[in-house]
Write a new protein. Structure first.
Length: 723
């Protein structure tokens, strides 16, 4: 990441016309070569560029113009603008015409393969049809090649244009200027069918990218096209883009919420799994919050729109996913280095193939066919797609599981994690005190229900967490809480009040209530917050309150340990409390009494020993440790600092989502390696076969198109990975 200045400005640009990964690479390279551009990344999936530039040297309009000169359309994406849903799935007319022309050549080639040359069109008709293809339908390839060369990055279009134009010109020369006009000396079918197969491959690649790889299209479908809003005291159906902040909207069963807002009336259940990964619907009542994209599964809700478009949590997630998909994983650098020298190397190999074949055979036709086959078989697109295709699917799958990665690098690093460090409060535990144990002396003379009732009556006058926990416990037991009078708070000790027909009730520290606990109580009493209760200075019992474990945390820790991942607790709480939690969870490494700096230093020590460390936390004091770890996870709705520092956000506040993230990251990295292997082995085997004459240009063109499709299909397998 380059050093940013106060003049640095970041803009999002929507780009049109990209048909393969090499297009994105070309735009990215052109932008990054400009001295005033500090960083540029192009998202092939969302057709979007993120550009950071020096606003004192260049304007937004000039950045757009640079992209236009590269051969693509572009416009500034506005703050509230969400990605546009791709609706056009029809086959483009250019491809239809191209394949209508291809059909007679295909029939002729099939006839030639069976020994019959009568099915091939007369040479002059072949020339006419090939000219339509080469001088009109192949223009996008020429534009792509010229733009690529101008940008200093030779791509697939250069190879296809060079190969097909060469064979077309050669065949035309043989037809009009050579004495022998025999059929064997014209190869118009090669130039036509190579363009046909490569164009078909590009179309399939583009459609797969827009409708299968890209999870943004799935998220866009969560927003309703129309809503029912209250206008002029009447419910009126309006388009989503006409909704204003403050608008009153109604959503009935089976409809989706259009904006983040507050419920004004009604009640029901909403499925918010698109944001949290939690499949269970949540009950919604007056005063509660609703989130854009949620499905009303039961009931009817009337709510006020407070956030629209990209300002909603759904919009934020879509922008975060778009940014993450546009970023590059470190493993992609390998593919970039290979791709940067690939096309020049292929051009050189093609020339060498022509020369050697001519020297060995003295046959210019065979030499040319072999050289063109080398040009056509080589496919840098498959190599360029290997990493981003898998990243697109992997990040989308993570979002579906309720995990928001900030970038591709964080996902790749997660795949290598062997140690997970947890903060305690709010991560392993609920962060809320609950009554875990109760003790009463035999001589108390009051029941447990009385103990709860009297304590709750007094604690209703207080507002601290312990008081709330006691009152809540009494309410859960459906007890009638009496009214206490004349309450008096003694700071740091407790609170007392008068209860009619009972006396003076004190609730607070044991000393304050005159209570001495037995020494043989359970271990939990050694680490709990103890609240005693007395009547007229006579102790009648005590509560042990602890921050209890989250319901699913034991299962989550067991899943980590089954994957041979070391689990460590680092907390600022006292060591005895941390040890108690660690014992419950079967964690052997637990450190208490740590300051934020101490946590960060311990994580650095783990990294120095060769461990790849993931840190999980949700508090402000976790920020240094989150920053120190190789990769970090913050709980959603924790502190803003923690979320900003972390590499990813867990939407459910569940550690089980962390394990899901580990599985997804490992599966994604494995898929990337498979894609790179397929792309490289394809060229390692294909180029020599083409050079030796075992592949003609038409078969090479079809194989080249399929190489990119095979990489995309392998990436799509990630959608079916279970964890």
């Amino acid at each position: 990441m380059p050093d940013l200045t106060p003049q640095s400005k970041k803009i999002s640009i929507q780009i049109g016309g990209m048909t393969c990964q090499s297009c994105a690479n070309r735009i990215e390279k052109v932008l990054n070569k400009k001295p005033f551009v500090q960083q540029a990344g192009v998202n092939f999936a969302a057709e979007e560029a993120q550009v950071v530039f020096d606003s004192t040297q260049v304007s937004e309009t000039e950045i757009i113009e640079i992209i236009h000169k590269t051969g693509f359309s572009a416009h500034i994406k506005q703050a509230n603008e969400l990605p546009i849903e791709e609706k056009n799935t029809s086959i483009p007319w250019r491809l239809i015409i191209l394949w209508i022309i291809n059909i007679p050549f295909l029939i002729g080639m099939l006839g030639m393969m069976s020994g019959s040359y009568n099915l091939m069109l007369p040479p002059i008709w072949q020339f006419a049809l090939a000219s339509i293809v080469q001088l009109w339908l192949a223009i996008p390839f020429y534009r792509g090649a010229i733009g690529s060369i101008r940008g200093g990055l030779a791509n697939m279009d250069v190879l296809v244009s060079t190969g097909t134009l060469t064979i077309y010109l050669y065949s035309a020369f043989m037809l009009f200027y050579h004495d022998n006009h025999a059929m064997g000396h014209v190869y118009f079918e090669v130039s036509v069918m190579v363009i046909g197969f490569v164009s078909l491959g590009k179309f399939l690649e583009d459609r797969t990218k827009k409708h299968s790889l890209n999870s943004l299209s799935m998220l866009l479908q969560l927003t309703p096209k129309k809503v029912t809003a209250l206008r002029n005291d009447k419910w009126t159906e309006i388009a989503l883009d006409q909704v204003n902040i403050g608008e009153i909207i109604r959503a009935n069963q089976g409809e989706r919420i259009a904006a983040d807002g507050i419920i004004e009336n009604g009640n029901g259940w909403c499925d918010e799994s698109h944001l949290t990964g939690e499949s269970r619907p949540e009950e919604k009542q007056k005063g509660g919050k609703v989130l854009a994209g949620a499905m009303v599964t039961e009931g009817s809700i009337i709510y006020q729109a407070n956030q629209l478009g990209s300002q909603t949590l759904l919009g934020d997630m879509m922008n975060a996913l778009s940014d993450a998909q546009g970023s590059k994983a470190p493993i992609a650098r390998f593919a970039d280095k290979v791709a940067s020298v690939f096309v020049p190397a292929v051009l050189l190999i093609s020339l060498v193939t022509f020369a050697l074949t001519y020297v060995l055979t003295n046959d210019s036709v065979s030499s040319l066919i072999h050289a063109v086959s080398v040009l056509v078989i080589a496919c840098p697109c498959a190599l360029g797609l290997a990493t981003p295709a898998a990243i697109m699917v992997g990040l989308g799958k993570a979002v579906n599981a309720g995990v928001w990665f900030k970038d591709a690098a964080a996902m790749e690093e997660t795949a290598h994690v062997d140690t997970v460090v947890f903060d305690k409060t709010g991560t392993l535990t609920k962060g809320e005190l609950e009554i875990s144990a109760l003790w009463q002396p035999q001589s108390a003379g009051y029941s447990e229900e009385d103990l709860y009732r009297f304590a709750a009556a007094v604690e209703q006058q207080a507002n601290h967490p312990i008081a709330k926990a006691i009152v809540q416990a009494a309410e859960q037991k459906m007890l009638e809480i009496p009214t206490a009078l004349f309450s008096k708070m003694e700071v740091g000790q407790g609170i007392q009040a008068e209860l009619e027909q009972v006396g003076t009730i004190k609730v607070g520290k044991p000393d304050y209530c005159g209570l001495i606990l037995p020494k043989n109580l359970e271990d939990i009493w050694q680490i709990a917050s103890i609240v005693a209760v007395s009547i007229n200075d006579e102790p009648i019992g005590a509560f042990a309150l602890t921050d209890t474990l989250k319901n699913d945390i034991l299962h989550a820790i067991q899943r980590l340990q089954q994957q041979n991942i070391d689990v460590v607790i680092m907390s600022g709480d006292q060591q005895s409390v941390v040890d108690y939690i660690a014992k419950q969870l079967g964690i052997k490494k637990a450190f208490g009494g740590l300051s934020p700096r101490d946590k960060a230093e311990k994580i650095q020590n783990l990294k120095s020993l060769g461990h790849v460390v993931a840190m999980v936390g949700d508090g402000i004091n976790d920020a240094p440790a989150l920053s120190a770890a190789n990769v970090s996870f913050a709980m959603k709705s924790g502190s803003d600092i923690a979320e900003q520092t972390a590499s990813a956000t867990l939407m459910q506040h569940s550690v089980n989502q962390l394990i899901d993230a580990l599985f997804i990251a490992r599966a994604t990295l494995k898929n990337i390696k498979q894609n790179l292997f397929f792309a490289l082995i394809y060229n390692i085997l294909g180029i020599p076969l083409a050079a030796l004459g075992f592949l003609n240009p038409v078969i090479a063109g079809a194989a080249m198109a399929m190489s990119s499709i095979s990489v995309l299909m392998n990436a799509l397998r990630l959608k079916k990975v279970r964890f």
